[in-house]
Design a binder for this molecule. Structure first.
Ligand code: CTP
Ligand code: MG
Length: 357
């Protein structure tokens, strides 16, 4: 058979295999219900401390990139402008309350840079893996970036969700999804995929939601939150009606191209990935490796190896956890993935299994 035909067949096979690969890894409705119940219960308790408090989910439980048994990310928002609350103290009060009133194993971190409360629930029949949950205070930007990710997913769920979910599983199995061990968070990998679909692919698979300005108002939209412009075009109905991509590549093709781009084309040494603004230079952001720290602070030197600009908190490098070794490993994994997917494997399922070994 002609090599072109064989290749076509492999790509079709790869796309189908990707869908079947992620499907059984999605959370069950039972799991989602239990988690929602848990959120409601904790919210009720927290309201006894501060009546104007609300408890919201963010991260993978509501950005449509959730996997089975993922952690829950929760945040307390306090709506009463007269309530003066210190995050550290509030974490301590919550810890005491939840320790007394629930079965959770409670671990407060009130003095961390961002104070949080960690909760764990032992496994049960409805939740064979238990629950792990982090509760933060007043982190409103996280709610907004979760909504941004969700809106991107909603535009083209078949391609966007499949790619992100696959990359999350792959990065976890290959052990490069551990911000505490020098590699990258799921949030970072997700921003890489969205950057690729908005700025690298030509024609783009997704529009830049932070650059679409509605026709009506004359001036550029600005929605300020904590000193950041958190505006993005979130009118999904209008997007569905008026925007459609002319890029018809399959999810399999996009995956191969994603790995290829980050193996060979992206300039990790001097470029910054910005979902908001496209490719930027480290120099223009002042994100250069600080080689003058004189060995005093190895971490500071490692801070800007991989640079991914947060969509709203633009002075924040989401990938600041990635060390020199971490980046080396991540790039090695991109190359390995490219190799596995382009060395004309017979069967896509086997290639995916090998990829995630
Ligand atoms: N977040 C952030 N800055 C980071 C990491 C995370 O603001 N450096 C926020 C984002 O709002 C993100 C949420 O925390 O959506 C959860 O991040 P993460 O746990 O990395 O992603 P999840 O989608 O929850 O993935 P997982 O299923 O692996 O937990
Ligand atoms: Mg999470």
């Amino acid at each position: 058979m002609h090599p072109g035909v064989l290749h076509r067949r492999f790509l079709n096979d790869l796309s189908t295999s990707l869908f079947s690969f992620v499907l059984p890894l999605l959370p069950t409705s039972e799991e989602l219900n239990v988690k929602e119940e848990v959120r409601g219960l904790i919210e009720k308790l927290i309201k006894t401390l501060e009546p104007s408090a609300r408890l919201l989910s963010f991260g993978s439980s509501c950005n449509s990139f959730g996997l089975r048994n993922s952690d829950m990310d929760l945040v307390v928002l306090i709506d009463d402008p007269n309530a003066t609350i210190d995050a550290g103290n509030f974490v301590e009060s919550m810890a005491a309350l939840l320790e007394r009133e629930t079965n959770f194993n409670v671990k407060p971190l009130p003095r961390a840079r961002i104070p949080i409360l960690k909760l764990e629930l032992a496994p049960s029949p409805a939740l064979p893996f238990g629950i792990a949950c982090d509760i933060g205070i007043e982190n409103r930007l996280a709610i907004e970036n979760t909504r941004l990710l969700l809106t991107y997913a909603t535009i083209d769920p078949a391609r966007v969700r499949t790619l992100v979910l696959f990359l999350k599983v792959w990065s976890k199995r290959r052990r490069i999804n551990s911000p505490y061990r020098g590699t990258l968070s799921s949030y970072g990998f997700t921003l890489m995929v969205l950057y690729f679909l908005v700025h690298v692919k030509q024609p783009p698979v997704l529009p830049n939601l932070q650059r679409i300005m509605p026709m009506r108002p004359m001036e550029e939209e600005e929605v300020m939150l904590e000193g950041r412009n958190v505006y993005f075009f979130d009118d999904v109905e209008t997007l569905r009606r008026e925007w459609s991509s002319v890029n018809f590549e399959s999810v399999g093709e996009l995956l191969i191209d994603f790995f290829r781009f980050f193996s060979h084309d992206f300039q990790f040494n001097n470029s910054v990935l910005s979902l908001r603004a496209g490719q930027l230079t480290k120099e223009s952001k002042g994100w250069v490796n600080d080689i003058d720290v004189g060995g005093l602070n190895e971490m500071a030197r490692d801070r800007n190896r991989l640079c991914i600009e947060d969509p709203f908190e633009v002075s924040y490098n989401v990938a600041r956890t990635v060390t020199k070794d971490g980046l080396y490993t991540i790039r090695g994994e991109f190359m390995r993935a490219t190799r596995i997917l382009t060395q004309r494997p017979d069967r896509a399922v086997l290639a995916l299994a090998e990829l995630c070994r």
